[in-house]
Design a binder for this molecule. Structure first.
Ligand SMILES: *Cc1c(COP(=O)(O)O)cnc(C)c1O
Length: 485
C-alpha cells in the first residue's frame, strides 16, 4: 500500500516510513492511497474477539508488516488491557462502547499501546541506527498514554508537552510520576493548540532535523497526525458493530449511528474510515464542548478558529485547531491542491470556507455541542436512570446521541473512565468534592458502587518526578536541553 500526503506533494511506499515520519514533508498528513473493503463472514462473527478484529483491520492497511509481526504487536498491546478489553453497555436504544480499560484509562490506549511496538519493529526492519524521539502535544490523555506506551521501548525516547493549567489532578500525576529514563513530561504555559502548532513547525524545520540527525536522533510524533495512531482505532468500530450483530442487538438490515466526543478529530475520523471500508454506519455525530468550532463547521461549512478558547470540564476536547479534519477534507475532495489551499488559509487567517462540491459528502456528519452545565446534567440523568456512571467526555457524546433522536441505534464512544475526572463527576451526581483527589476517588467509588480501577490506587503511592514548566515559545530549547542530557 502506498501512502499519500493530504497535500499530495509527497507519496511514500510503506506504512513503516509513514509511521516513522509522522508528518509529511509538505506539511500534510499521510493517508493510505486506498481503503480495503472488509466484511466479516458468519464464521468470523460467531467467533468474534477483539484481537482477531484488530489483526484483520490493521494488517489490511499496514500490509508491509508480516503476519507474525502484526500478531505479536496486537497480542502484546492488548494484553495490557483488563480482561474485558472493550465492554458494550446497553442504555435503551444507545450502546456505550467503553474504550477506557487500558493502562491510562482513556481511549488513547487503543492506539498508543500498539504504536510503540510498530515503531520499534519498523526501526529494526530498517536497521536504523538513530534513536527515534517521539515529540507529543497533549491536552491531557495522549500524554499519559504515550508515556506509558513508550516507556522502556528499545530505540525510542518520548517527550510530552502538556498544558500546566486545565488538566485534572489525576492526569497531572499520570504524566509526572514516571518510572523510566526514556520518558519526559514538560508543562507549558499555554494550551494544546500552542503545543501542537509549535511541534508541527519543528517537524518541518529541516535545518533542525539535520542537526539532530548528525547526533543520531530522528524525530516523530505520537499525536493523531501520525497514521499509526488512526489505523488501530478503526478496529473498534468493526468490533462494536459485529459484536452487536452477534448479540442480536441489531440486524443485518440496520445501519448504526455513532456519536463521538471530539477534539483533534482522530477518533471520529477512524469511524469515517470504517464507513468507507464498508461498515454500515449511517450518521456520525461530532459532539463538542463549549469549544464548538467543529459544531459550527458542520452547520455552516466554515471553519472559524477566531474565537475565545475555553477551559472546560471535558479538558481533552479543549481544542480549536482539529488537525485530522485535514484528512477528512482530503477524503471528501480527493484534491491535494484544494486541501493545501484551505490549510494555508487556516494558517494565515484562522478561517476557511468550503466550496459546494465538498459539502455534499459531509452530510453524514452532524455537529452538536454542550456547555459545562449540560455536560454535568448528562452524567446525572444517566446515573439516576440507569445507575451507570460516565465521565464528562462520554456525557457529551451521549447527549449527542439523544439529540440525534434517530430510529437507528447509536453507538456512543466512551473515551475515558469517570475516575479520570472525579471532581466533575462527583459534582454531577451531587456528592461532596474534597481537596484530596484520592479521597475523591474512594468516595466516588463507594457512593456510586462503581469499581475503582487498580491502576489509580497505585498512583497515590508514586513519586512525582521533578516537573519542568516552560513558556509556550520555549519548546525547541526544551527539546535540545532534554536530548543533551
Ligand atoms: C483525546 C480525547 C478525546 C478527543 O479525541 P480526538 O481523537 O482528539 O477527537 C475525547 N475524549 C477523551 C477522554 C480524550 O482523551
Amino acid at each position: 500500500m502506498r501512502y499519500i500526503s493530504t497535500r499530495t506533494r509527497e507519496i511514500i511506499d510503506s506504512s513503516q516510513d509513514a509511521i516513522l515520519k509522522g508528518l509529511a514533508s509538505d506539511g500534510g498528513l499521510f493517508l493510505p492511497e486506498s481503503l480495503p473493503f472488509i466484511k466479516f463472514s458468519e464464521d468470523e462473527i460467531e467467533n468474534l474477539n477483539y484481537k482477531y478484529v484488530a489483526k484483520k483491520i490493521i494488517s489490511s492497511i499496514f500490509d508491509d508488516f508480516t503476519k507474525e509481526e502484526i500478531d505479536y504487536a496486537v497480542d502484546t498491546a492488548y494484553d495490557s488491557f483488563s480482561d474485558e478489553i472493550l465492554p458494550i453497555i446497553k442504555l435503551d436504544n444507545n450502546y456505550v462502547l467503553e474504550l477506557f480499560h487500558g493502562k491510562t484509562l482513556a481511549f488513547k490506549d487503543f492506539a498508543l499501546s500498539i504504536l510503540p511496538i510498530l515503531m520499534s519493529l519498523s526501526i529494526k526492519k530498517k536497521n536504523l541506527k538513530e534513536k527515534v524521539v517521539i515529540l507529543t502535544a497533549t491536552s491531557g490523555d495522549t500524554g499519559s498514554a504515550a508515556l506509558k506506551g513508550f516507556e522502556n521501548v528499545d530505540g525510542t525516547e518520548v517527550i510530552v508537552f502538556y498544558p500546566t493549567d486545565g488538566i485534572s489532578e489525576i492526569q497531572r500525576r499520570q504524566m509526572t510520576c514516571l518510572d523510566y529514563d526514556n520518558t519526559h513530561a514538560v508543562g507549558i504555559r499555554g494550551n494544546f493548540d500552542d503545543a501542537q502548532s509549535s511541534l508541527k513547525k519543528i517537524f518541518l524545520d529541516s535545518e533542525f532535523k539535520d542537526e539532530l540527525l548528525e547526533k543520531n536522533i530522528r524525530i516523530s510524533s505520537a499525536n493523531s497526525i501520525n497514521i499509526g495512531r488512526l489505523v488501530p482505532q478503526i478496529s473498534y468500530y468493526f468490533y462494536a458493530y459485529y459484536e452487536l450483530l452477534r448479540r442480536g442487538e441489531i440486524s443485518e438490515s440496520e445501519d448504526l449511528n455513532i456519536s463521538v466526543p471530539t477534539g483533534n478529530f482522530g477518533n471520529i475520523l477512524a469511524g469515517y474510515m470504517a464507513k468507507k471500508m464498508g461498515l454500515p454506519i449511517d450518521i456520525l455525530v461530532c459532539a463538542s464542548n463549549k469549544n464548538n468550532v467543529l459544531t459550527d463547521f458542520f452547520n455552516t461549512y466554515e471553519y472559524d478558529a477566531n474565537r475565545e478558547f475555553f477551559k472546560t470540564n471535558s479538558p481533552s476536547m479543549d481544542i480549536l485547531i482539529s488537525s485530522n479534519l485535514e484528512r477528512l477534507l482530503y477524503l471528501v475532495s480527493n484534491s491535494g491542491e484544494n486541501v493545501k489551499d484551505l490549510m494555508e488559509k487556516l494558517n494565515k487567517d484562522k478561517f476557511y470556507k468550503l466550496d459546494n462540491n465538498m459539502i455534499e459528502n459531509l452530510k453524514d456528519f452532524k455537529g452538536y455541542s454542550y456547555n459545562e452545565e449540560e455536560t454535568l446534567l448528562g452524567i446525572k440523568e444517566v446515573y439516576e436512570k440507569y445507575s451507570y456512571l460516565m465521565d464528562t467526555h462520554t456525557s457529551i457524546a451521549y447527549r449527542g446521541a439523544i439529540e440525534l433522536n434517530s430510529k437507528n441505534k447509536t453507538l456512543v464512544l466512551s473515551t475515558a473512565s469517570p475516575f479520570k475526572f472525579p471532581k466533575s463527576v462527583l459534582e454531577a451526581v451531587n456528592l461532596k468534592v474534597n481537596d484530596n483527589e484520592f479521597e475523591n476517588l474512594r468516595n466516588l467509588s463507594e457512593k456510586t458502587n462503581t469499581k475503582l480501577p487498580s491502576i489509580l490506587k497505585d498512583l497515590e503511592n508514586k513519586k512525582i518526578s521533578e516537573k519542568k514548566v516552560i513558556d509556550k515559545d520555549e519548546i525547541k530549547e526544551s527539546i535540545i536541553e532534554i536530548l543533551g542530557e
